[in-house]
Every structure is written in structure tokens, then in C-alpha cells.
Design a protein around this ligand. Sequence first.
Ligand code: CAA
Length: 262
Amino acid sequence: SLSARYENVLVSRPQPGVALITLNRPKALNALNAAHFKDIASALKEADDDTSVGAMVLTGSDRAFAAGADIKEMKDKSFAEAYTSNFLANWEVISKLNKPVIAAVSGYALGGGLELALQADILLVSPSAQLGQPEINLGVIPGGGGTQRLARLIGKSRTMELVLTGRIISADEAEKWGLVSRVVPEDIGVVNAAVQIAATIADKGRVAVAAGKEVVNAALELSLAEGLRFERRLFHSLFATKDQKEGMTAFAEKRKPEWSHS
Ligand code: CAA
């Protein structure tokens, strides 16, 4: 099966075009040690490279999306080891994927767990979700992107509060702060909702989806002027695709478009 090659993740295809990657290290609440992280990154990269996949869903268990980087594994690291190996630099892998990733978070998403979820393109939570950056309680700070991504997403004051006090916030608070798209009720199910969104995206033209993802993510990095210019140029470039001709012709002919992803 697809999961056979991975010790710490499960991989499945809940719907055509959708890869579901489930963090599966239950005895440590999905704490992310090097082997676990390697499996997550490989499974995502494999789905990203697979032409039959249009979007990915990343999830954990009901109890924990991920309780952070593995504290026991890193506790004896020296500065020299952390620095010369550029510890955690490989975490950026997930933000470099071409296809959309939807994170479906239940239970704990703490420290590196939240930082992993923050690299997803769309973030959904269940009412049980508990999010936070508790690194301050360990004598450190977030190292997987949390301070920078949170500050851009929820502003300085709220980010400072999370990073400096280590307070854990609820699903409702995360929604109110605009950190997540929405809280999905238990009777619908957060994974189910994420798979539906992924399936909807997988039905669109892949070239336009990749462009949309790239340019929205650029909004977090570029100035407004640079971002607007980048958006317009990518928009222009899509007029070179078959999918643009097909999409607009289908509209004019009052029929559904058939994407060739080219
Ligand atoms: N690393 C290693 N092991 C972890 C872990 C972590 N981050 N989180 C949980 N575990 C382990 C526990 O040690 C425990 O293992 P044993 O059964 O062998 O003792 C098992 O998972 C179950 O955990 P608990 O018994 O603690 O479960 P609980 O329900 O009482 O508490 C919790 C749950 C509040 C999430 C608690 O486990 C906890 O506080 N975990 C640590 C959270 C944290 O500090 N995360 C940040 C890590 S640092 C980081 O991520 C740096 C970065 O920026 C990348």
C-alpha cells in the first residue's frame, strides 16, 4: 500500500485527486522527531509529484495533530550541533510544495505542530483543537516559523502573547483571530471537510491552482506593489494556457470546462 514505506505516517486516497496524509506516532502525541518529520515531508513531496493528485490533506489523530518537535530528541543538542546542522531548516519543505495543502487539526497543535499546520495553505480545526507556542516554557522560542508566520497572520500583540506566555488557545479563539478558516462541527468532521475542499480544488485546472497558491503566498513576503505586479504578470501568463481558452470558451458555450491541466 501507499503507507507501507512510511513508519510514522499513513497515506490514503479518500477521493479521486486527493492524497490524505495522517501523522501516526500516537505514543508521543505525534511529536515530530527527525524520522517522523522525514516521513511527513517525503509523503507530501511524493503526493506533490504525483500527477494524479490535485491537493493534499494533512491531519493527525483526534487527540493530537502534533504536540511539537520531539523534546526528548533535542534536549541534549548543543548550540554547535543545532547551528551547523541548521536544525529545523528542512521544515520549510512543506511551504515549498506546488500543490495546495489543507491542514485538518484536532486536539493539540503545539510548538512545531502549530508551525507545521501554519505552513498549510488552508487551515481547518475541530472544536477540540488547542493551539499554541509553548516553547517559552522550555527555555526556548519557536524555531519552525511560528513567530514570523503568526505575526503576519494575527498581528504583533496576539503573537507576542502566544510566544511570550505560552498560552494555549481554543478553536473558537483561533477562528476569531483569523488564524483558521473555520471550526468544523464534530458531526461534519474536520478531515471530511478538508477532503471536500481538497476534492473541489483537485477538480480545477492545475496550472491556475498552482498560480493562485503561489501568488497568495507571495502576499506574505512581498510589498503590496511587488505583489500586485506579480499577481498581474501571473494572470497575464495564464492566457498562454489551454485551460484559460477552455474555461472561457466553456463559459460562453454554457457548458462545463474540461481541464487539460496545460
Ligand atoms: N516531545 C516529545 N514527547 C512528547 C511531546 C513532545 N513535544 N509531547 C508529548 N510527548 C510524549 C510525552 O512525553 C508522553 O510520553 P510518555 O508516555 O513516554 O511519558 C506522551 O507523549 C503523552 O504525553 P503526556 O503524558 O504529556 O499527555 P498529556 O495529555 O498529559 O499532555 C500535552 C499533553 C499538554 C500536549 C503535553 O504532552 C505537553 O505539554 N507536550 C509538550 C508540548 C510542547 O512543549 N511542545 C513544544 C515543543 S518545542 C518545539 O516544538 C520547538 C519548535 O519550535 C519546533
